[in-house]
Design a protein around this ligand. Structure first.
Ligand code: CP
Length: 308
């Protein structure tokens, strides 16, 4: 098993499949009256969040607690980071406290890689800047496999603000490794030139959502990340929604079996309408639940379970 999980590229097909299979076993714990396993008793997991999060932070905490680990939650807001403490000094402090795993979200792309050089424990990238979010890709793959029975051979459209999306990058890497065909869809201003080939040869790019939908088994809508936009990438929110938003009539162009995904948080009414987000085809709430099982599997496997 790998020591750190920093990128979708860290996972070969066998390792990714092992994580998904372990997550399926972990999911059975959620149905029990006592939702706890003793697997990580005596281990310490630190959640180190320098950037806002709801789903990832809560699900990593739930995952570590369900495995009986001791959990330390660190938020940069209200910490000595506000007094100028560096990431390295914070890392060394966590190291001194005996962290076996550090789950890190950071606005700077590459921060988890730096952290991995400074701590002895495992580092899990919980989202770094516009770079990667590998556990999101794992929970997305888990959700596809649960709903559609397989990943290999699926046609997956990843739609919207690809430029700023760490979710898109990790998904392209992981889904390609697992044999899915990914098409990146969005306005030309929001799809970096050569990104598809740079990440995974065989990935397609399209600027025409309506043309891609009828051939898609999965459509993954991305949040338009206006907080990361310093320029005007499209004329208006209304124009964006008209060309690239998923509404009811567009959803009905999908094949009968196709599912609609979104990593959250959503801009309802922009990239996705409430009719679609709340429809039976939407897996958005399921993705959140699956996130706990997948993150349990990641922590369990990285920390070696009971095999110390
Ligand atoms: N999908 C995701 O990373 O959501 P949060 O920002 O709420 O963690």
């Amino acid at each position: 098993m790998i020591r750190h999980l920093l990128s979708g590229a860290d996972l070969d097909a066998a390792t990714a499949t092992r994580i998904l299979d372990t997550a399926a076993e972990m999911a059975t714990v959620a149905g029990r009256e006592v939702k706890k396993l003793p697997a990580l008793r005596g281990r310490t997991v630190v959640n180190l969040f320098y950037e806002d999060s709801t789903r990832t932070r809560i699900s990593f905490e739930a995952a570590a607690k369900r495995l009986s680990a001791d959990v330390i939650n660190f938020s940069a807001k209200g910490s000595s980071v506000a007094k100028g403490e560096s990431l390295k000094d914070t890392a060394l402090t966590l190291q001194a406290m005996g962290a076996d795993a550090v789950v890190v979200r950071h606005p700077a792309s590459g921060a988890p890689h730096r952290l991995a050089d400074w701590v002895d424990g495992s580092v899990v990238n919980a989202g770094d800047g516009t770079h990667e979010h590998p556990t999101q890709a794992l929970l997305d793959a888990y959700t596809m496999r649960s709903r559609l029975g397989r990943i290999a051979g699926l046609s997956v459209a990843v739609v919207g603000d690809v430029l700023h999306s760490r979710v898109a990058r990790s998904n392209v890497l992981l889904l390609s490794t697992l044999g899915a065909k990914v098409t990146l869809v969005g306005p030309p201003t929001l799809i970096p030139v050569d990104i598809a080939q740079a990440l995974a040869p065989g990935t397609d790019v399209s600027y025409d959502l309506d043309a891609v939908l009828p051939q898609s088994d999965v459509v993954m809508m991305l949040r338009v990340q206006r907080e990361r936009m310093n320029d005007s990438y499209f004329p208006s929110a209304r124009e964006y929604a008209r060309r690239y938003g998923l509404d009811g009539p567009r959803m009905r162009r999908l094949p009968e079996h196709a599912i609609v995904m979104h990593p959250g948080p959503m801009n309802r009414g922009m990239e996705i309408t409430p009719e679609v987000a709340d429809s039976p085809r939407s897996t958005i709430v399921e993705q959140v639940a699956n996130g706990v099982s997948v993150r349990m599997a990641v922590l369990y496997l990285l920390l070696g379970g009971n095999n110390r």
